[in-house]
Structure formats: C-alpha cells, structure tokens
Design a protein around this ligand. Structure first.
Ligand SMILES: Nc1ncnc2c1ncn2[C@@H]1O[C@H](COP(=O)(O)OP(=O)(O)O)[C@@H](O)[C@H]1O
Ligand SMILES: [Mg+2]
Length: 278
C-alpha cells in the first residue's frame, strides 16, 4: 500500500494579468512533474471560466458535466468531477463558462473565501501536488485559491509592463497571509515568453532578478510556438512534442523544483510515457 507521508502541496498559479502564461505553465509544469515522478499524484483544478486548462487536456466543452462550478455550488461531489488525463498520475477538474457566475453568486454566502478549501478537504489526501489555474483577476475565485493554497507560482511575461501589477499582487498575498492563510508562501516567479532575440527580454530579466532575485526560478520559459500548438491539440507539450524547446523548458523547471525539495525524478519515465501514448 502506498502510504502518503507528505502533505499535499497546493500551488495557485496566479497573476491578475491575462495572457502571461498561467494556463500554459499549469498544464505543462504539472505534466512535466507527473512524467518525471510517477509515484507522485497530481491534480489540476481549472478555476478559470475560460476553461483553457480543460481544453489543453482535450476535454471538449460538451464533455464538462460535473465541473468545478457544480462543485463550488454544491450540485456535485468533488469526487465526481475529477477526470483522467493522458498521464496516469495526473487528473483534472474541468471548468465551464458557468464559473463566471460563481464570482457573483457565491459572494453572498457566508465564508465564501473558504468554499474551495471546504470542497477540497475530502480529496486532498489523494494527491501530492494540486495545481490551481486561476482567472486573470483578483476576485472571488483567485482569493479562494489563495486561501487553500500552500504556495503560489507567479508567471511573469517578459514584456515592458511585466512588473506593473506585481506590487498589487504582492499586497493581496500579504493581506491573505494576515487574515486568511498565514502559511501561504511564494514558491517562485517564473519568467515566461522570453524572446532571446529581443533585448527587452534580457533587460526585464536582469531587472526582475535584481529586484526580487531569490524568488525567480533559474529556468526561463522562452517563446515557443509548439506550446500553443500543443494546447490547441489538447495535449501537454511533453506528449505533443517532447523534443521541442517548450517541452525542455518545462521539464527543466520541473527538475529545478524537484531538486529544490530533494525529491527524486527519472528522465527515463518520459520516454516510456510518450511512447505509450503514440
Ligand atoms: N512560452 C510560450 N511561447 C509561445 N506562446 C505561449 C507561451 N506561453 C503561452 N503562450 C501562449 O500565449 C497565450 C497566453 O498564454 P496563457 O497560458 O493562456 O496565459 P494566461 O493563462 O495567463 O492567460 C496562449 O495562447 C498560449 O498558448
Ligand atoms: Mg489562463
């Protein structure tokens, strides 16, 4: 029997800016970590009404009965909302546009900040890592994710206004720590959509490292067209094209995180998983 000794790490992938790589990182970091250590169990919660993480795993809109909105509004037990993915140790709870209504509907209920946490309680023991893909706002859904999370990964797009909005996010995290979740910590800041040919990317990297260096991952996610392609085919990049630059970037990030916590990983797994899917 597999007795789980660790408390699940619940990672909120958040940044109130849209299009910075939250969903892409959620899908591909979770898939990379899951493929490198099959002993660990992963869950992705799609908490964005746009449902891009669900699409990224090939779950079509018409196939999203029993989704996260149904769970948060007590229509469905969370256990009945969990789906398989192409990776045996990675599961997902999908989202639909209905979730947009949750921001409004749930605000009226007492303890709205704890709705996700209360629902997760019964399944959290089944996982080692839970990734929450947040919408591009600091509204009710993102706050619910920050209340239940043990840590947060902030994707930061390497563009001119990258740091704009970061202080607002940091303030929100501080407030959550003081009032709702003292254990919340920043796991890391991830530079995304880096363009090697663009000097601005380099400038932003050095600026970010100078200001908040110890929080920033060594691994940088460069721009790579295989990443949006993989998502449009409903597959994580390690399955769609494991040799792509994007796949290597997210595998490097997964390894950086495993090394940081002295967790084991096996790059051979990757070969097997990809072959199994073909
Ligand atoms: N490293 C990358 N290279 C190229 N395109 C990317 C990269 N990361 C994300 N994208 C694309 O950019 C868009 C926004 O990324 P996404 O992950 O959806 O951001 P968010 O979830 O923060 O809104 C998507 O179309 C996605 O496929
Ligand atoms: Mg997204």
């Amino acid at each position: 029997m597999n007795i789980k000794s660790r408390q699940a790490e619940i990672i909120s992938m958040s940044n109130q800016k849209g299009g910075v790589g939250k969903t892409t990182s959620c899908i591909n970091l979770a898939a990379a970590m899951a493929s490198l250590n099959k002993e660990l169990k992963f869950l992705i919660i799609d908490l964005d009404p746009q449902g891009n993480a669900s699409t990224g795993f090939g779950i079509k809109r018409g196939e999203r009965q029993n989704n996260i909105y149904d769970v948060l509004t007590n229509r469905v037990d969370i256990k009945d909302s969990i789906r398989k993915t192409a990776l045996t140790n990675l599961q997902i709870i999908p989202a639909t546009l209905d979730l947009a209504a949750a921001e409004f509907e749930l605000q009226k209920s007492n303890g709205w900040q704890y709705i996700l946490q209360n629902n997760l309680e019964s399944v959290v023991k089944n996982y080692d890592y839970i990734f929450i893909d947040c919408p591009p706002s600091l509204g009710l859904l993102t706050i619910n994710s920050l209340v239940v999370a043990t840590s947060i990964i902030i994707p930061l797009q390497c563009e001119f206004f990258a740091l704009e909005g970061l202080s607002h996010l940091f303030n929100t995290i501080e407030k959550i720590k003081v009032h709702l979740n003292p254990k919340l910590r920043i796991e890391g800041i991830l530079l995304t959509m880096y363009d090697k040919r663009n000097n601005l990317s380099k400038l932003i990297e050095s600026d970010v490292r100078e200001n908040i260096g110890d929080l920033v991952y060594q691994t940088i996610i460069t721009r790579n067209v295989a990443l949006p392609e993989a998502s449009s085919h409903g597959k994580p990049i390690i399955i769609y094209n494991k040799d792509s630059i994007g796949a290597k970037a997210y595998l490097n990030l997964a390894i950086e995180i495993y090394k940081k916590y002295n967790l084991s990983y096996n790059v051979k797994n990757l070969q097997e998983l990809v072959t199994a899917d073909e």
